[in-house]
Design a binder for this molecule. Structure first.
Ligand code: URA
Length: 163
Protein backbone atom coordinates (compact mmCIF):
# COMPACT_ATOMS: atom_id res chain seq x y z
CA UNK A 1 0.00 0.00 0.00
CA UNK A 2 2.77 2.47 0.83
CA UNK A 3 6.40 2.89 1.80
CA UNK A 4 8.58 5.70 3.10
CA UNK A 5 7.96 8.53 5.50
CA UNK A 6 4.29 9.25 6.20
CA UNK A 7 4.55 12.96 6.99
CA UNK A 8 6.92 13.85 4.16
CA UNK A 9 6.53 16.99 2.04
CA UNK A 10 7.03 14.81 -1.06
CA UNK A 11 4.57 12.11 -2.13
CA UNK A 12 5.17 9.93 -5.18
CA UNK A 13 2.26 8.11 -6.70
CA UNK A 14 3.17 5.22 -9.01
CA UNK A 15 0.90 3.21 -11.30
CA UNK A 16 0.40 -0.27 -9.83
CA UNK A 17 2.47 -3.01 -8.15
CA UNK A 18 4.47 -5.42 -10.27
CA UNK A 19 5.52 -9.03 -9.62
CA UNK A 20 8.23 -8.10 -7.10
CA UNK A 21 5.90 -5.79 -5.20
CA UNK A 22 3.27 -8.52 -5.16
CA UNK A 23 5.78 -10.78 -3.39
CA UNK A 24 7.29 -8.21 -1.02
CA UNK A 25 4.19 -6.10 -0.35
CA UNK A 26 6.35 -2.97 -0.69
CA UNK A 27 5.80 -0.44 -3.49
CA UNK A 28 8.74 -0.12 -5.85
CA UNK A 29 10.80 -2.99 -4.49
CA UNK A 30 11.86 -4.47 -7.86
CA UNK A 31 14.11 -3.24 -10.68
CA UNK A 32 11.97 -0.14 -11.21
CA UNK A 33 12.31 0.54 -7.51
CA UNK A 34 16.11 0.48 -7.81
CA UNK A 35 15.93 3.11 -10.52
CA UNK A 36 13.43 5.13 -8.47
CA UNK A 37 15.85 5.02 -5.51
CA UNK A 38 18.60 6.39 -7.80
CA UNK A 39 16.26 9.10 -9.10
CA UNK A 40 15.55 10.11 -5.50
CA UNK A 41 19.26 10.03 -4.70
CA UNK A 42 19.87 12.49 -7.57
CA UNK A 43 17.86 15.07 -5.61
CA UNK A 44 19.39 14.02 -2.27
CA UNK A 45 16.30 12.11 -1.20
CA UNK A 46 15.47 8.58 -0.14
CA UNK A 47 12.63 6.64 1.44
CA UNK A 48 13.38 8.15 4.83
CA UNK A 49 12.08 11.51 3.63
CA UNK A 50 9.73 10.56 0.79
CA UNK A 51 6.34 8.87 0.80
CA UNK A 52 5.41 6.34 -1.90
CA UNK A 53 2.18 4.72 -2.97
CA UNK A 54 0.35 3.60 -6.10
CA UNK A 55 -2.74 4.54 -8.10
CA UNK A 56 -4.02 0.96 -8.13
CA UNK A 57 -3.40 -1.14 -5.01
CA UNK A 58 -3.14 -4.60 -6.56
CA UNK A 59 -1.29 -6.18 -9.46
CA UNK A 60 -3.68 -6.75 -12.35
CA UNK A 61 -3.68 -10.45 -13.37
CA UNK A 62 -1.14 -11.34 -16.04
CA UNK A 63 0.61 -8.00 -15.56
CA UNK A 64 -1.88 -6.24 -17.82
CA UNK A 65 -2.58 -2.56 -17.39
CA UNK A 66 -5.35 -1.73 -14.94
CA UNK A 67 -8.67 -1.02 -16.63
CA UNK A 68 -10.91 1.99 -15.99
CA UNK A 69 -13.09 0.04 -13.59
CA UNK A 70 -10.09 -0.86 -11.41
CA UNK A 71 -8.76 2.70 -11.54
CA UNK A 72 -12.16 4.14 -10.60
CA UNK A 73 -12.49 1.75 -7.65
CA UNK A 74 -9.18 3.01 -6.24
CA UNK A 75 -9.55 6.70 -7.10
CA UNK A 76 -11.60 7.85 -4.06
CA UNK A 77 -9.15 6.02 -1.74
CA UNK A 78 -6.16 7.57 -3.51
CA UNK A 79 -7.69 11.04 -3.18
CA UNK A 80 -8.38 10.49 0.50
CA UNK A 81 -4.86 9.15 0.93
CA UNK A 82 -3.39 12.33 -0.59
CA UNK A 83 -5.69 14.53 1.51
CA UNK A 84 -4.53 12.76 4.68
CA UNK A 85 -0.81 12.88 3.83
CA UNK A 86 -1.03 16.51 2.63
CA UNK A 87 2.25 16.56 0.69
CA UNK A 88 3.65 19.93 -0.43
CA UNK A 89 4.60 18.32 -3.74
CA UNK A 90 2.76 15.43 -5.39
CA UNK A 91 4.67 13.57 -8.10
CA UNK A 92 2.56 11.53 -10.50
CA UNK A 93 4.73 8.85 -11.92
CA UNK A 94 3.70 7.31 -15.19
CA UNK A 95 0.98 7.79 -17.78
CA UNK A 96 -1.92 6.04 -16.03
CA UNK A 97 -1.48 7.95 -12.78
CA UNK A 98 -0.81 11.30 -14.45
CA UNK A 99 -3.78 11.04 -16.82
CA UNK A 100 -6.13 9.93 -14.05
CA UNK A 101 -5.12 12.51 -11.47
CA UNK A 102 -4.79 15.36 -13.98
CA UNK A 103 -7.97 14.36 -15.75
CA UNK A 104 -6.13 14.49 -19.05
CA UNK A 105 -6.00 12.35 -22.16
CA UNK A 106 -2.65 13.74 -23.23
CA UNK A 107 0.29 11.34 -23.40
CA UNK A 108 2.95 11.36 -20.69
CA UNK A 109 5.49 13.01 -23.04
CA UNK A 110 3.07 15.96 -23.29
CA UNK A 111 2.03 16.33 -19.66
CA UNK A 112 5.35 15.64 -17.94
CA UNK A 113 7.29 18.47 -16.36
CA UNK A 114 4.39 20.95 -16.08
CA UNK A 115 3.03 22.01 -12.73
CA UNK A 116 -0.70 21.67 -12.16
CA UNK A 117 -2.91 22.17 -9.16
CA UNK A 118 -5.02 19.16 -8.20
CA UNK A 119 -7.97 19.95 -5.97
CA UNK A 120 -8.99 17.41 -3.35
CA UNK A 121 -11.42 18.31 -0.56
CA UNK A 122 -10.96 21.99 -1.49
CA UNK A 123 -7.20 21.79 -0.95
CA UNK A 124 -4.92 22.44 -3.94
CA UNK A 125 -1.98 20.10 -4.32
CA UNK A 126 1.00 21.21 -6.39
CA UNK A 127 1.52 18.31 -8.78
CA UNK A 128 3.87 17.35 -11.55
CA UNK A 129 3.98 14.30 -13.81
CA UNK A 130 7.27 12.55 -14.55
CA UNK A 131 8.27 9.45 -16.49
CA UNK A 132 7.84 6.11 -14.78
CA UNK A 133 11.10 4.21 -14.07
CA UNK A 134 9.80 1.29 -16.17
CA UNK A 135 9.48 3.62 -19.15
CA UNK A 136 12.99 4.94 -18.47
CA UNK A 137 14.40 1.41 -18.29
CA UNK A 138 13.02 0.81 -21.79
CA UNK A 139 13.76 4.25 -23.21
CA UNK A 140 17.07 5.37 -21.75
CA UNK A 141 17.22 8.45 -23.99
CA UNK A 142 14.29 9.90 -22.03
CA UNK A 143 16.38 10.04 -18.84
CA UNK A 144 17.53 13.54 -19.80
CA UNK A 145 13.96 14.88 -19.51
CA UNK A 146 13.46 12.95 -16.27
CA UNK A 147 16.59 14.62 -14.91
CA UNK A 148 15.20 18.07 -15.83
CA UNK A 149 11.91 17.20 -14.07
CA UNK A 150 13.73 15.97 -10.97
CA UNK A 151 15.68 19.23 -10.79
CA UNK A 152 12.39 21.10 -11.06
CA UNK A 153 10.97 19.05 -8.18
CA UNK A 154 14.10 19.70 -6.11
CA UNK A 155 13.81 23.47 -6.71
CA UNK A 156 10.12 23.43 -5.77
CA UNK A 157 10.90 21.55 -2.55
CA UNK A 158 13.60 24.09 -1.70
CA UNK A 159 11.15 26.93 -2.33
CA UNK A 160 8.60 25.26 -0.04
CA UNK A 161 11.25 24.98 2.66
CA UNK A 162 11.99 28.71 2.60
CA UNK A 163 8.32 29.79 2.52
N1 URA B 1 5.54 0.25 -10.65
C1 URA B 1 4.69 1.05 -9.99
O1 URA B 1 4.09 1.94 -10.55
N2 URA B 1 4.54 0.83 -8.69
C2 URA B 1 5.19 -0.10 -8.02
O2 URA B 1 4.99 -0.23 -6.81
C3 URA B 1 6.08 -0.91 -8.74
C4 URA B 1 6.24 -0.73 -10.04
Amino acid sequence: FSDGKVNSNLMILGDFPGQEEDKSGIPFSGREGDLLNNMLKAIKRDRNNTYLSNMVFWRPPGNRKPNNEEINICLPFVKRHIALIKPKILVLMGAITAQTMMNSREGITQIRGKWREIKIDNISFKSIAIYHPLFLLKQGARKREAWIDLQEIDSALNRERTK
